[in-house]
Structures are given as C-alpha cells and as structure tokens.
Write a new protein. Structure first.
Length: 101
C-alpha cells in the first residue's frame, strides 16, 4: 500500500525519489561532513524550557558523541548563571567537538 501511495504522489509531481535520479547526485561525496548544532541557542530559548548545568553538560556530551563538530552551548550575555554555565561547559573535555562555542 505504501508503494502505491508514493507512486501516486510521484505521478502528481508532489514528491520525487532523488535516489533514482542519478543526474541529481553529486559526482563525488566529501570525505568528511561537519555538523553545527544550535540546540542550546535556539531550543532552550523556548518558553518554559530551562536546563540545569548538569543537563546542559549531558546534552553537550551526547552531541559530541554523535560527532557534531561545533556545539553552540549558549549565550553568556543572557545572565550571570548562563555565563558561568557556558564557561564551565567550554572548559570540559570534548573528543569530536574541539571548540565548543
């Protein structure tokens, strides 16, 4: 049934299976891809969202484990608590993200 739905949407021009369109694929894929994460900067600014230093550190460590190269850990100008948290997280040891921002 799923194939039928996808075929129908494809014939209507609403979706496209780019894996079948070889001309759209790049000729050579890069050896390494860098990911930049903005979870701390954007996600934590949402109303009713508050993370402690420990929660922020755990989140940053999980991001590091997944291979995210740049982790934006917060905005130190927001408050003194945020400034301390950012400073402490930046001083932690990260394997894949050598320069948390």
């Amino acid at each position: 049934m799923r194939k039928t739905i996808f075929k129908k949407l494809e014939t209507q021009g609403l979706i496209a299976n780019y894996n079948r369109l070889r001309k759209n694929l790049p000729p050579k894929l890069p050896e390494r891809v860098y990911m930049v994460d903005e979870t701390f900067r954007e996600g934590i600014k949402a109303p009713t969202v508050f993370l402690t230093y420990v929660e922020k550190l755990k989140l940053a460590k999980m991001m590091d484990e997944t291979g995210i190269a740049v982790i934006n850990v917060g905005f130190p100008g927001l408050s003194e608590d945020e400034k301390r948290s950012v400073k402490r997280i930046v001083n932690e040891t990260f394997e894949k993200a050598p320069n948390p921002a």
